[in-house]
Design a protein. Structure first.
Length: 151
């Protein structure tokens, strides 16, 4: 026992017959999800899939907000003279990317320190604040007064 050596114990938690500890994600490792009936197995799966659901909800919320506001940029008015390709090819895709990335990143950061219901409230608040900031800063070209689509 010289030089800071650690004695091997057979009763060490998470170690196998050889005294080697399992690696996270390996069968028998400390991060292996529980089987049915074990506490925490299904809960971990549900909490980790919440980020995917939030990403889908965020991109749908961003699309519901941005696409109608940019409608004139797509349509372009008479013979497409007012088509704004910067809005069509850059601004709207960046808004959709932000809507896709912001909620799951917020969820991942918030669940480290808060309970899941509080993290969901934080995600909702961040999305609302993001859409509010977008409304304050983003002004795509709008149709002139009296403009109606079609003939």
């Amino acid at each position: 026992m010289s030089g800071g050596e650690r004695p091997e114990r057979a009763e060490d938690e998470g170690s196998d017959e050889n005294g080697e500890r399992g690696i996270l994600g390996e069968p028998g490792g400390p991060g292996e999800p529980g089987e049915k009936g074990e506490p925490g197995g299904d809960k971990e799966l549900l909490l980790s899939s919440a980020g995917c659901v939030l990403a889908l909800a965020g991109v749908l919320a961003a699309a519901a907000y941005a696409v109608p506001r940019a409608e004139y940029s797509y349509d372009g008015g008479f013979e497409g003279e007012g088509t704004d390709w910067g809005v069509v090819l850059v601004e709207v895709p960046l808004i959709l990317l932000g809507g896709f990335a912001l909620p799951p990143l917020t969820w991942a950061a918030a669940t480290r320190h808060l309970r899941p219901w509080a993290a969901a409230l934080v995600c909702l608040a961040v999305v609302v604040l993001g859409l509010w900031g977008l409304d304050a800063l983003w002004h795509p070209p709008q149709a002139p007064r009296g403009y109606e689509r079609g003939i």
